[in-house]
Design a protein around this ligand. Sequence first.
Ligand code: XMP
Length: 319
Amino acid sequence: LWTAANIIEDQIARVREQVGDDHVLLGLSGGVDSSVVAALLHRAIGDKLTCVFVDTGLLRWQEGDQVMAMFAEHMGVKVIRVDARERFFAALEGHSDPEAKRKIIGRLFIEVFEEEAAKIENVKWLAQGTIYPDVIESAGSKTGKAHVIKSHHNVGGLPEHMKLGLVEPLRELFKDEVRRVGVELGLPHHMVYRHPFPGPGLGVRILGEVRPEYAELLARADHIFIEELRRHGLYDKVSQAFAVFLPVKSVGVVGDARAYEWVIALRAVETIDFMTAHWAHLPYEFLDLVSRRIINELRGISRVVYDISGKPPATIEWE
Ligand code: XMP
């Protein structure tokens, strides 16, 4: 009988058998898949699991603190938090090409992860949040985006010289099954039913050159949007929603003075498969509220626009 509880029991037994007394390393990203793997492995092998969480500076608002609160403090999972923000910003300085930015972020992520991994003694296994659709996609194509996505998220470049075996307890599951397993393992609903977030994070939502002050403004604007979507019961009605930082200045009036400040675009889409998408028809009053909050609360933003482009031709992300 297929139930989340049975899958968990089955996977716990398999993992225990696979790794014995060895230590396991996991890259925890804050996303659904790696979070579910962390919870599952913690239940299976407890202290023999060490997670590495890399703060790239390109994450969602306070994501690092939330990951630590949830896994380290609440569940007692061993998590090493690496503050790599300055390294990411330094590496991205002067780069505005989207694919170049993706490559820099992906490469540096692996580098930082490897450095941390090398400091941990006795590790024999690398756990990954590979799920069934990833297995199919990477079998079909070695160069497509899907492969790039997972190789980034799941640190596909790592095991070579470290000679780590792979532990992939979600390999046979579809996304909705992964979510049900997560809920059964006690992860909060808001974490398990999160919108997707791209591996390169805010790096591809800041158009052109990435700067720390842009990332800060964007994370805050995005948080306001997401917070209001949740408050209005709209978060689960859209497939993905986020803010984008446009490095364009437009004139505004703040108080009595003229200001010349940045623009934030809001994007919300409805989609089944993320291959095609419609822009979400969010209520005008709602958009009005979000726009006001962003402009009033964030110094440096004087204009908010809503993206009404479908995919195709517009992709969901702006880069
Ligand atoms: P696009 O922009 O191609 O996005 O319409 C489709 C879905 O893929 C996500 N996406 C990415 N995910 N690394 C990721 O892990 C990436 O480089 C990347 N680019 C797009 C996007 O958020 C959407 O859910």
